[in-house]
Every structure is written in structure tokens, then in C-alpha cells.
Design a protein around this ligand. Sequence first.
Ligand SMILES: [Zn+2]
Length: 137
Amino acid sequence: MNKITNKRTITGWIFSKKKINQVINDLEIKYPVFIKFPNIIAAHLSPVQGTHDFKNSCHIIEVNPLIGKNRGSEVLWHELCHALQVKMFPKYSDYLEAYCSAGGNFFEPGYKDNIFEIEAREFEKNHEELCLTTYWR
Ligand SMILES: [Zn+2]
């Protein structure tokens, strides 16, 4: 069962739960997906817009709430691509090993050319017309 935060950002956007659950289903992502915001101090301190992690057989996605509504959707698509990439490997540790040898994470020099990041950026662009965020009302 996926878990998607109901919280509203300072600028008033939220995740469109119904659409996101549909997308997760359509993508056939293996294991439940948890989508949340980092705490506000971490959000202010970090330049990172989104993260994907895998713990206790669940995908954990965090999206920085300080980015705009549309960028929030793009970042979520990007992180969902990482959740899909995990499926290509027998174990999460195999994925991490491949990811790291392809250039490493945000704070490492090879990040921009990391093939897993290139794929996630393309995935994000290919889905920009289906917005997964909305304004709270
Ligand atoms: Zn990424």
C-alpha cells in the first residue's frame, strides 16, 4: 500500500494522490511507495530537490516542498524513475553499486553524466504534461 503525504506546502500545493496511485500502478513499480516532504529545516538547508531511497522493502521518495507546484511534479516523476530502475536489479544493493559506479550521487563529480540520472531526467521531461501536483483548495 502506497503512502502519500496530505501535507500542503507553503505555496499551497499538494500531491494529487489519486493520479499518483494510478501512475504507480501503471508503471508496475515493485514494492510500496512512500511520498513525503523532508522537514522544513532540512528543506531550507539542502539544495537537493528530491531523493529516492529504498528501505524495508519500500521506496521512500522525498520532494523538497520549497520548489514550485509544477517542478514538484517533475521531481516526483524523476524519483519514480529511480524506483523503476531498482526493479532492473535482483537486489537494491546491486542497483546502488551500479548507480555509484556510473558516477555517484548529487555531491559527487560524475553525477550529471550518471546514466541513471540521464534516464531519470529524460523520464521527467517525457511526462511533464501529466502533472501529479495541484493547488489545495
Ligand atoms: Zn535522480
